[in-house]
Design a protein around this ligand. Structure first.
Ligand SMILES: [Zn+2]
Length: 119
């Protein structure tokens, strides 16, 4: 996965949290604009500085976050389904074990639920 894709996925999954933070700062509109630009294809790393968000906040490699929090590799079940970002916007893939619970993750960038497919 390229850095762009890593940041895109991390940004997508961090959006609800970022919204809370920017709302508290009254900077909600800036985040919405940034998300809009990312949806239009702007690399996440280009919009972060305007939001005042250091990249390590997303990737979990810096202080204040558990290392690998968001980008830890997902375990692969032998079979079952994989839930994916509906249109591949952020590349999120969450495997679901046979008979296991439906993943609760969501694509926040598109604000849409994941779609199920073959693993
Ligand atoms: Zn997504």
């Amino acid at each position: 996965m390229t850095d762009d894709r890593r940041y895109l996925l991390a940004f997508c999954q961090a959006l609800p949290e970022l919204l809370l933070v920017t709302r508290a700062q009254g900077a909600e509109a800036a985040l919405e604009e940034a998300a809009e630009r990312v949806r239009a294809g702007t690399p996440v790393l280009h919009v972060l500085p305007r939001l005042g968000i250091p990249p390590h906040v997303l990737t979990g490699t810096g202080p204040g976050r558990r290392a690998g929090d968001m980008l830890a590799p997902l375990p692969r079940p032998a079979s079952g389904e994989t839930y994916r970002c509906p249109d591949g916007a952020c590349g999120l893939e969450v495997p679901r074990a046979p008979g296991g619970p439906i993943p609760k993750e969501r694509c926040w960038l598109r604000n849409r639920p994941l779609t199920a497919g073959e693993a």
